[in-house]
Design a protein around this ligand. Sequence first.
Ligand code: ZN
Ligand code: ZN
Length: 685
Amino acid sequence: MSETGERIVLGVAVETPQHAGLAACLDYKSEQMLAPGTLVRIPLGKRDVAGIVWQVGSAGAAAGIELRGVRQVLAALPPLSDAWRQLVSFAAGYYQRGLGELALAVLPPELRKLDATQLERRLARLKPAGPAPGNDPPAPALSAEQAAAVAALLADTPATHLLHGVTGSGKTEVYLHAAAKALAAGRQVLVLVPEINLTPQLEARLAERFAGHHLVALHSGLTPPQRLRHWLAAHLGQADLVLGTRLAVFASMPRLGLIVVDEEHDPSFKQQEGARYSARDLAVYRGRLENVPVVLGSATPSLESWQRAEQGAYRRLSLPERIGGGALPRVRLVDMNLQPRDNAGAAALSPPLLDALRTRIARGEQSLVLLNRRGYAPVLHCGACAWKSACPHCSAWRVFHKGDRTLRCHHCGFTERVPRACPDCGNLDIQPIGRGTEKLEEQLALALPGARVARIDADTTRLKGALEVQLGAVHAGEVDVLVGTQMVAKGHDFRRITLVAAVNPDSGLFASDFRAPERLFALLMQAAGRAGRDASQATASEMWVQTWHPRHPLYAALRTHDFAAFAASQLSERESAGLPPFSSLALLRAEAKSAQAAAGFLHAAAAAAAGLTESAGVMIYPPVPPPVARVAGVERMQMLVESRSRGALQRLLTRWLPELHALRQKDKTHRAVLRWAVDVDPLAI
Ligand SMILES: [Zn+2]
Ligand SMILES: [Zn+2]
């Protein structure tokens, strides 16, 4: 490295495809010394691209090669911090992605396009520091439990806290008090929520409470210029609070003082493509890295987090009571074995549940009926020749949507008009089998004449703003019975709902995915939490569950709202089966035009691993097709990799994956593999 400026070499993180075989950082020469974290524009092939100076000195290019020079320095932007670069390095390593790919991907797309002049113009247009540092309105008093939780959070040594509070127990108020303390100390606060749908409510609440501070949102629903503006406000330290979805975990925040992860159990925190990172887990890592407290809040924590709290790695804080004296709804199980059957086999809605709904309607109260399957019926069927509405491109049935008379594939989107007659034999009498929300809505309207029945699911909320309009109608009391998928079970606060019913939740009990019971329990607890938020109605509020397995331990725990009992039984099952959190998993996926090609690649991958010393203590299972193997004409196979030791699994992956890139290059038979990817800590297997 030279001090004269004639040849300073910089290792620059560049967005290069992982498969290109290029290193994470490429060497460039610069006429001036640049601090790590500086944004630059550099030549890459024939293109001019954005890069981040990652290190001063060579990143490892061979000597004697003529290096290309940095084209432009975006000097107006303060460099990204060491902590930020360390977070990105860790995430790239742990989730087995290219460093440059991840580092550039988590910046606002707009920022990557700007040259130095354009950036200066954008920065000049930024509002200086938002609203005048004024006063936040006074905060409401806390209950004794909330106050204890806040005090523990703000204890001297920053730690990760698991805030376990039943729905309606005032978790948000704990976040707000802790945030107020951090803001008062001149620090920034990062709040992560699972879904964009949930940001407007919390954003409004934060904006009201912290009227004297500058709040920005960061999620994929923003326009590119908005996202850049908000990101810059956080990076420059102008924004005091950042509220966002999983991508916000990478927000650059120089004064970070607190991280809140609300609904920490929610699967939406795991990215499902590209770098498949868990924003919840990265938030915990970031908290340790930057020495700031982290709060993971949930009524139904993930078993991973619960186990860490049991072991003492996280501090557990409990809010066992509902605020304002609201009681948790009484849970009633309807034994479907004892209900009269109609000619379709079993009535969708049992007589006692219908009676309960009628009682609510007569009293002017609202009910929520939950079914986690949208559309009218999951499949159409011909009784004469056994034709079914299969998707020609996927190993799945196309769902019958009655509203627009279509058959729609929920995996690839392939949509056709419903045929008038069976395409195979011409039979005119083709029948729907099973039931989705659309049919449930129809059945409820028939069974409850005069009742105002409405439905909220992904189909009714496709248009922008539709969800708000529909929620508004529920809040205004224009709906008696609301039918919905899990979409309505999350986060929304329905004060007038006094009955929540799950009409067919049993499938989660016996699914092949070991996390299915955990998800079912969380969904039912969340749904139950929608009811009885008002103390005046709380004694009357109920959760109804129609089940063929009324003695299942999951329902027993649900009846008593006993998350701890449920978690203990699930954790003991997981421990004896050697499943997470008692082991670490990775899933290697391959996609090809034929299942044989995909499986062939995975077999070759397994053979390659067997030759590595790092495979000791790591179990590689045979390739299997996922539940829906073929999507849009592409066959998918997956292979589970498991170890009792997270470190052993990581060491194998780090050594093994580069060999897999090479495998595809050198063996022609593997060219048929269209894509392969590894998912570390997969949520669905
Ligand atoms: Zn037929
Ligand atoms: Zn399809």
